[in-house]
Design a protein around this ligand. Structure first.
Ligand code: SF4
Length: 618
């Protein structure tokens, strides 16, 4: 490290206008970081200021897309390589954020920027190149049509260089097209299509050889050590290092939350072992494929027919696996690789195909897609990306669109247009609440309460008691996590390794969580997040202020989405979860949630609360 150039922990945001070609930058005042932290929060602060109350069409040049890192990025804090994208989603019509751990975030920070805003649109394919202070918009006709990995290769990117690229799906405006960054993905919400609508094939950031100076190095060092110790100690985190997110396959089977046959069954057959983490470890050569700056490394690659491919993440493996009755990780890995190369979000793709398979079985839509037929799935995935057939093109509009056009809304597994992840909420009802109220649609990461209910038994998975309060707490906390930013999987280590949790018998935790939720949540220790943020930014906040920042981000996102057309009737679940097998008691939890969030009858945050939180209202 000796002799390495040092730079400040940047608060500079770079803005590129594709219409005029103008490149500008501004320094974000520290007070904004105090209120919005960075990452997702900072992106929403800037978005609100850019839009000033106007709601652009997702594919119009007026819809900006913001890529934002935060104070932790590039400082060497554990799991600090993540960044967020925020825009209006073509899939849901709502504003939302998507998180990724590819090398883009750290590379951008080494160039002296905390974030990048892309405005306007180009009429011809372009790539944006950032090399330190030099920024250029260059023709990219030669890249158009290439797959995601071909594009990264053609850019000549080294492993630490930051890339954001789209595949053919993004070019063809498939509404759930994703963005690739190195070997990781900004999966959800169709932001690949937003870049495609702007004719941006790639953003290439050359990593600079610099050391980023944190605001309070001593404090950061102290909390880095503590965080790493907890990560090493935590059992679940160790399972993730070893088996990746596919750890969840057998846990979810046991808890009866693993999706089977388009979420029509709660019991998964023993065959799912062939999709599980232990099976993958036993039968394949593996190597780590982590996000930048990660010491857990839940991502892996596997050798499949002499080729290194991504091990499909739990969501992908479960949704293309048991949910389509494909009990073979070889097949789900092959389908995953096609999605990755063509630039498709695997969750939305798999759930859309699940809907089509059930529609075929019920005689509603003739697609030829049948449960268990992996070869047909591979073919159809390619057709979606290239909009090759009429039906595949319609499928590229998402599950909600298909069910509104053809019927079968009751088995269209989506909320607010966003397809659900691989956790059936009927045996984790609080998670059902979190799906229903998530600002970006059926999101499993806005308040992932399923481990608390279904894996660890800290709350009854079927009772509504205390769920609204915990979902609100988690929504606020996960906004903090996505804004400072770090990885959501740190919660296992940073919170469960707290002595209060470790020394309290699970039965007592359950009793307290369900009956004294307001008091119990005060004991949930967020001091590591606070310490890391303070160390990296040099800004001190109390735990209350930190969580209040999380609430501020949540309410700003909700406020913008109400302006974009979100109404309370959209805070619901697919009919299947409300009527079949073990219905989720949603109404009771929802009423409580609305009351505690302080939403008005239109589902909007009260203006008085927005003003008190210092949110600009237009
Ligand atoms: S734990 Fe997994 S998802 Fe989180 S930062 Fe590490 S590799 Fe990425």
């Amino acid at each position: 490290m000796q002799g390495l150039k040092t730079i400040e922990n940047s608060l500079k945001v770079l803005t590129i206008d594709l219409f005029s070609g103008e490149v500008t930058s501004e320094i974000v005042p520290k007070e904004v970081i105090q209120r919005f932290l960075g990452g997702k929060g900072l992106a929403y602060f800037l978005l609100n200021r850019i839009l000033k109350g106007k709601i652009p069409d997702p594919f119009s040049p007026e819809n900006p897309i913001l890529f934002m890192t935060g104070p932790l990025t590039g400082t060497g804090a554990p799991l600090s390589g993540r960044f967020n994208a925020v825009s209006r989603s073509p899939l849901t019509g709502l504003f939302g954020s998507s998180s990724c751990g590819g090398p883009f975030g750290v590379a951008l920070k080494t160039c002296g920027y905390i974030g990048l805003v892309i405005k306007g649109a180009s009429s011809k394919p372009v790539k944006v190149v950032i090399d330190g202070e030099a920024v250029s918009i260059e023709p990219a006709e030669d890249l158009w049509g290439k797959t995601t990995s071909e594009t990264i290769e053609a850019l000549g990117a080294k492993p630490k260089d930051g890339t954001l690229v789209i595949g053919p799906a993004g070019e063809n405006l498939v509404k759930f097209a994703c963005i690739r960054s190195g070997e990781r993905f900004l999966g959800r919400l169709g932001f690949g299509a937003v870049l495609g609508s702007k004719k941006v094939k790639a953003i290439f950031v050359k990593h600079q050889n610099v050391k980023i100076l944190p605001g309070n190095p001593k404090k950061l060092e102290k909390f880095k050590r503590l965080a790493l110790k907890k990560i090493k100690e935590n059992h679940f985190t160790r399972l993730y290092s070893r088996f990746g997110t596919n750890t969840n396959i057998l846990y979810s089977k046991e808890a009866k939350i693993l999706p089977v046959k388009n979420f029509s069954q709660l019991e998964a057959p023993d065959l799912v072992y062939k999709n599980s983490g232990p099976y993958i470890e036993k039968n394949f050569e593996l190597k780590p494929n982590p996000c930048s700056a990660c010491s857990i490394a839940c991502g892996h690659k596997m050798k499949l027919d002499e080729r290194w491919v991504h091990v499909p993440e739990y969501e992908t493996n479960a949704l293309f696996g048991p949910n389509l009755l494909i009990f073979d990780v070889r097949k789900t890995a092959e389908i995953n690789e096609i999605c990755n190369e063509l630039g498709l979000d695997t969750i939305s793709t798999a759930v859309t195909i699940g809907y089509l398979m059930e529609a075929e079985e019920k005689g509603i839509i003739k697609s030829g897609l049948k449960f268990g037929d992996a070869e047909k799935v591979k073919e159809f995935v390619k057709d979606i990306a290239f909009r090759k057939t009429e039906l595949a093109s319609l499928a590229g509009e998402g599950t909600r669109f298909l069910s509104e056009k053809f019927g079968g809304k009751e088995f269209a597994i989506q909320v607010k247009g966003l397809e659900l992840a691989a956790y059936d909420p009927r045996n984790a009802v609080g998670h059902g609440l979190s799906y229903s109220v998530a600002n970006r649609g059926g999101c499993h990461l806005s308040a992932p309460i399923f481990p608390v209910e279904a894996y660890f038994g800290f709350m009854d998975p079927h009772k509504p008691m205390g769920k609204a309060e915990i979902v609100i707490f988690m929504e606020n906390l996960f906004n903090v996590i996505n804004s400072i930013p770090t990885c959501v999987f740190t919660t296992f280590a940073y919170m469960l390794e707290d002595p209060i949790i470790k020394l309290t018998p699970p039965k007592a935790i359950k009793l307290l969580m369900e009956n004294l939720t307001s008091v119990t949540k005060e004991f949930l220790n967020i001091s590591i997040y606070k310490g890391l943020f303070e160390g990296a930014s040099g800004i001190d906040l109390s735990s209350k202020e930190l969580l209040e920042a999380g609430e501020r981000i949540h309410l700003l996102e909700r406020y913008l989405n109400v302006k974009a057309g979100l109404t309370p009737d959209k805070d619901t679940l697919p009919e299947r979860f409300l009527k079949e097998l073990k219905p989720v008691p949603l109404e009771e939890m929802l009423t409580e949630y609305y009351r505690k969030r302080g939403y008005d009858p239109k589902g909007a945050p009260k203006e008085e609360r927005l003003r008190r939180l210092d949110i600009e209202v237009y």
